[in-house]
Structure formats: C-alpha cells, structure tokens
Design a protein around this ligand. Structure first.
Ligand code: XBP
Ligand code: MG
Length: 270
C-alpha cells in the first residue's frame, strides 16, 4: 500500500478558526433573543455544552439538562431546527463582519500544501453553510474549490466522536486512512479521526486545552508562523524541533505516526 502522505483533512471549528466563543455562541444567543427566549449561553456554560457536537444536538441537550420542564411552542424537532437555522444565518453575518479570523498558520499551510500537490479535504460537524461562509470570507472567494471533498454536518447520521464523517471523506477521496493526516482541535475530533485510522495532529483551542488527546500523533498550541513559533504540548517526532508546521514537518509527523502505529501492532502481536 502507498502510505506516503497524499491528503490533509481539516476540521473546521476550533481548527481553521476559533469560531465557538465569538461566533457560534454569540449567534446562538442572538437567535434565542430573536425568538423571544431569555436563554443566555455564557462562555462557561457554552464550554460544557460543546462536549455535545452539532448545534441542533447542543440545543436539545440544553433543553433536556437545563430546562426539563420547558414546553416548546411547536413540535420539538421543528422548534430546534428553526432556532438552528436562525443561528446559522446570524453566524454567517458575524463571519462576514470579520469577527472570527483564521488561526495562525492556517492560510499559509493551506497555500503551501496546495503548492506541494497535497490534496485537501474537510471533515466537520458543522453545517455546510457555515463552512462556506468561513472559507469565502476568511480565506478566498474561491476557497471552497481548494477542497476536493467537504464532509459536513448532517451528511452522516452520527457526528463526531463517531468516525462516520471521516469514513465519508476517505471514501470520497478514494484514499486509505494511512495516506492522510487529520488536523483537529478537540478530543471528540481526535476520537473520530483516530477511530477511522487517520494519523492526527492537534492544535488545541481555548475550549479544548486540557482535553484527552490519546491517539494523536502530535499536540501543539497552534500551527505557528515564522514570526510566531508554536509550542509542542505532547509527542513531537524525533529530529529538529518543530517551529511552525509546514509540508516537510507534516510528512515527518505522518511517517512517525505510521511507524508508531506499526510498532504498537508488533507489540500487540508478540
Ligand atoms: C464543531 C461543532 C459544531 C459547531 C456549530 O464542529 O460541534 O456543532 O459548534 O455548528 P467541528 P452547527 O469542530 O467538527 O468543525 O451549529 O452547524 O452544528
Ligand atoms: Mg473542532
């Protein structure tokens, strides 16, 4: 099997940009206010709700856990879907207003990867319209076309930490897991990518630092830039210290992850 690195699969929220605190959370609260609800998701409460992936699923969990007696004015699924639609519209406005920039190193790495002939894909829990808004406003008008596959939202029934969205993306790329590298920011994302057998690099975000990233090939604070070097949190591959993530360092991380996986299998087989 050709296990050279051929494609990068990016998560969106928390990885391409810190979208949660000043993006999705604010948009949820505005949607609640527009609907005449006095719900207010503080930064702290939102951190707890983020353990549930998917905006609709998050609203449902809030109702179940925090407002068990709440009677929805229309049927529950319809009520949740309506709030979620409104939230995504407001989210797109926040993105268009420039409230959520890309994380350090993201644009540089995407451009370098394209120049090096690596294939690009996205595997995310968030809705397709949110991906489109982020890519076109923060990256480039035609940035959607940079990604051969965009696996998003409800295209699979089970969201992260289930591996389904990664299986969907691998199938669409026509590549084995070992030929790809996933970039994630959360424990739920790592569980999904690792369960699909994909070596995974983590850039932690404010909401996810301290989570359990077992199975990740390397955990760093961000992708880094020549003038803003990254910090390795765990598991740097042997060799020169990582300063910023570029294509050669991705190849090195990918090789080391495959080798570590093979050694683990040898130990298990022995
Ligand atoms: C993060 C999520 C999403 C977003 C909100 O996805 O869990 O639910 O918080 O987006 P990822 P939606 O890290 O996989 O990109 O409201 O569209 O779900
Ligand atoms: Mg994420």
């Amino acid at each position: 099997m050709n296990t050279q690195l051929q494609a990068l699969i990016f998560d969106v929220d928390g990885t391409l940009a810190d979208t949660e605190l000043h993006g999705h959370r604010v948009a949820f609260n505005r949607a609640f206010a527009e609907a005449g609800l006095d719900w207010d998701w503080s930064a702290e409460l939102y951190g707890k709700l983020l353990k549930v992936t998917g905006g609709k699923e998050r609203i449902r969990r809030y109702l179940d856990e925090y407002l068990p007696g709440f009677e929805t004015p229309v049927e529950r699924d319809e009520f949740i879907a309506g709030l979620h639609r409104a939230k995504n519209k407001l989210y797109a406005e926040l993105i268009a207003a420039g409230d959520v920039p890309l994380r350090p190193g993201v644009k540089r790495l995407l451009c370098e990867a394209r120049d090096a002939g690596l294939r690009l894909a996205i595997a995310t829990t968030t809705s397709m319209e949110n991906v489109e808004a982020l890519l076109s406003h923060c990256l480039d008008d035609d940035a959607q076309s940079w990604f051969e596959v965009i696996g998003a939202g409800d295209v699979v029934p089970a969201k992260k930490p289930a591996p389904d969205i990664y299986h969907y993306t691998l199938d669409a790329l026509g590549l084995p897991a070992a030929a790809c590298l996933a970039l994630e920011d959360s424990a739920n994302g790592v569980r999904a990518a690792v369960a699909a057998g994909i070596p995974t690099l983590v850039t932690v975000s404010d909401y996810t630092k301290g989570e359990d990233f077992t199975g990740a090939a390397v955990v760093v604070d961000h992708l880094g830039e020549p003038d803003a070097v990254l910090k390795v949190i765990t598991s740097a591959p042997a060799g020169d210290p990582l300063k910023w993530i570029d294509v050669p360092s991705l190849r090195r991380i990918h090789r080391a992850a495959l080798q570590a996986g093979a050694e683990l299998m040898d130990v298990r087989d022995a």
